[in-house]
Design a protein around this ligand. Structure first.
Ligand code: PRX
Length: 648
């Protein structure tokens, strides 16, 4: 019972090319080993050197780390500003007139902001916010589409020392209200709408409904994006185009303490109430900057595209704070990947000559399903590095990404991290690490992960267990907003000095980490603990399968039995013989005991808006129960109804 069985064996290895290695920020295993060793042996000098060199300080720090488990404070005594580190820092050199943001709207318009122009916009927005009463220490909620103003809004808050709480534009009015209330946000920044699938998707009605029940909100700032009609509360609502446009484009950055709140970001936990993850200024900035530089190997010539939404941690860390601190050119896209055609992403990569592309496995599997003809139609020759994030990538999707998108030339960085970790903790470094499809590979500098059993003892190589991080790092969450008790219990309740990730993992004989998925998604079948992801991966490796989600359902004989929800490629008929073939396929890939008891064909799988399959709902359906609990993050409720209809 103490280990998670890990059965998938992947033997392929891909070394970085000599050309990539020669030009990379960090090259070769020896360089990594040496720096990694230093980062663990003498962390204080490692981090303090980096913090001095890489951050722009208004006042230098005096103490590197104060670690009183479970609370860490970094770079004490220092003062700085996050927007100055993203923008002002670049204005004295050649990056002044370099593109910071290139934005493409879904209808096709393109806008570019140089570092100087972005700086001016951020100063104007900060002045407008200040005129509306926002002060250092206040919280501002942001509920916007993927338009340049969302980046401006985040950095304008940071410039004033106010914290932002970005709420993904797909959340409901209720979810928005709960987050506004928990953060006690004084002001909300939104837009009339954003373009999705060719139409204006309104945002203002949800803000209006949320604010009705959130008396803390004094002002609402609205970007006119789509021109659709909006209702208006006189005195409370203000057009961005009026108040920001007439504000002065100069505003000194407010210096804040290193541990000053930079933002809260809400994420689902095991209870129905989302947690406000707290990130503070200096440590978060340093960690996102360093990981951006080394994991994405960012250079001045790069055009970097992360397809995440700014409403998620990936957007915070790897669209805004990390890449802008590095002085990168960041591509931003408003819309969906299949508007007006399923090759939109590949067309954009060709148009903007994107060099580094970072997306989610769920997106990659969707592209696989849409067919090879779409990427094959466009010029992807500018790409030099690919990344994935958010969930385990099954080796078959990895291989497709490698062949069809990377043309067997681009390293793939499979980056493991969480909202709570602030930045990437386990990932290949592209000029260093030989990759193995499906493995996030090795820890970043200063990160000491371990796979442990329930007693906290290290597991032997190739034995599955719980993934923990044994020491603090600068980018880690500091607490849960308004709920330090929940912070203590969730992350340090099991092991008092080790951060508990909630994920299962194994480390192989080469020291590579393989993430097995959330431990709450682990099943126990006939005394064997099995990772849902491994069975899914096996299913997806079958040529007929587009996507699969596996859950355990109660079974009188075996404890749990495996139910697999499977979507087939469009032309495949849903036959009983296919069910049997898939069961046999899993048995062949993993072992007879991993054979699913039941295969259910589905048109689509229920997902959160960030693309994660909602296994909790599938477990209920598999068990024949009514769905209970929070479904505010469900992408498409009709999927659930259809899954029920598909029941035999
Ligand atoms: O289970 C892990 C999975 O996503 C979880 C974190 O989700 P969230 O806080 O929404 O952040 C997603 C973006 C960083 C983790 O506990 N996860 C994330 N990246 C990977 C992953 N699982 C496997 N491989 C990854 N590369």
């Amino acid at each position: 019972m103490t280990t998670i069985e890990s059965l998938l064996k992947e033997e392929r290895r891909f070394e970085p090319s000599a050309a990539f290695t020669a030009a990379a920020h960090l090259s070769g295993g020896a360089a990594y080993d040496e720096l990694y060793r230093r980062s663990l042996e003498d962390p204080e000098s490692f981090w303090s050197e980096r913090a001095r060199a890489d951050l722009l300080w208004s006042k230098p720090f005096e103490q590197v780390l104060d670690w009183r488990p479970p609370h860490a404070r970094w770079f004490l005594g220092g003062q700085l500003n996050a927007s100055a580190n993203c923008l002002d820092k670049h204005l004295s050199g050649p990056r002044r007139n370099k593109a910071a943001l290139i934005w493409e709207g879904e209808p096709g318009e393109i806008r570019t902001y140089t570092y100087l122009q972005l700086h001016r916009e951020v100063c104007k927005a900060a002045n407008a916010l200040a005129a509306l009463g926002v002060e250092k220490g206040d919280r501002v909620a942001i509920y916007m589409p993927m338009i340049p103003e969302i980046v401006v809004a985040m950095l304008a808050c940071a410039r004033l020392g106010a914290a932002h709480t970005v709420v993904f534009g797909g959340f409901s009015a209720e979810a928005l209200r709960d987050r506004i209330l928990d953060a006690q946000a004084k002001l909300v920044i939104t837009a009339d709408g954003g373009f999705r699938r060719g139409a204006a998707l309104p945002l203002k009605p949800a803000v209006d409904a949320a604010c009705e029940q959130a008396p803390c909100v004094q002002n609402v700032l609205v970007v006119r994006r789509c021109g659709n009609p909006v209702s208006w509360v006189a005195g409370r609502d203000h057009w961005w185009q009026e108040v920001v446009e007439r504000a002065l484009p100069v505003r000194p950055a407010t210096a804040v303490d290193s541990e000053h709140l930079l933002f809260t970001l809400y994420t689902s936990g095991t209870t129905g109430k989302p947690k406000g993850i707290v990130h503070t200024t200096a440590g978060y900035l340093l960690y996102t900057q360093m990981t951006s530089r080394y994991v994405f190997d960012l250079k001045d010539e790069d055009v970097y595209w992360c397809t995440a939404d700014c409403g998620w941690i990936t957007g915070h860390s790897y669209i805004v704070y990390g890449p802008l601190q590095c002085g990168a050119t960041v591509l931003l896209y408003e819309g969906t990947p299949n508007t007006p055609h399923p090759g939109r992403f590949w067309e954009m990569i060709g148009r903007h000559r994107v060099t580094v592309f970072y997306t989610a496995p769920t997106a990659i599997r969707t592209f696989v399903k849409w067919g090879d003809e779409h990427p094959l139609r466009f010029d992807l020759s500018s790409l030099r590095l690919l990344g994935t994030v958010g969930e385990p990538i099954n080796p078959e999707a990895w291989m497709w990404y490698h062949r069809l998108i990377g043309k067997e030339r681009c390293p793939i960085v499979d980056t493991w991290w969480q909202t709570e970790t602030g930045g990437i903790l386990i990932s290949p470094l592209p000029g260093v690490t030989a990759t193995k499809p499906g493995s996030a590979t090795k820890p970043f500098f200063g990160i000491e992960p371990e796979v442990v059993n329930e007693k906290g003892e290290a597991c032997a190589a190739d034995h599955g267990g719980l993934l923990v991080i044994k020491r603090p790092w600068p980018g880690m969450l500091r607490t849960v907003y308004n709920d330090d008790q929940r912070y203590r219990e969730t992350y340090f309740g099991r092991f008092p000095t080790m951060y508990f990730t909630g994920d299962g993992a194994r480390r192989d004989k080469d020291g590579y980490f393989w993430i097995l998925g959330r431990v709450d998604d682990v099943m126990n079948v006939s005394g064997h603990r099995l990772s849902t992801m491994e069975i899914e991966s096996a299913l997806v490796s079958h040529e007929a399968v587009a996507e699969a989600a596996v859950v355990g359902r109660p079974d009188a004989l075996t404890g749990q039995a495996i139910t697999a929800f499977v979507t087939l490629h469009s032309k495949e008929p849903k036959l009983d013989s296919m069910r049997e073939a898939l069961k046999a396929h899993v048995a062949k890939e993993i072992g007879a005991f991993a054979r699913p008891a039941e295969i259910r064909f589905a048109e689509a799988l229920p997902k959160t808006r960030s693309g994660k399959i909602m296994r909790r709902l599938l477990r209920d359906i598999a068990a024949g129960q009514q769905t209970v609990g929070d479904t505010t993050t469900l992408e498409d409720l009709s999927v659930l109804a259809r899954l029920r209809e598909d029941e035999d």
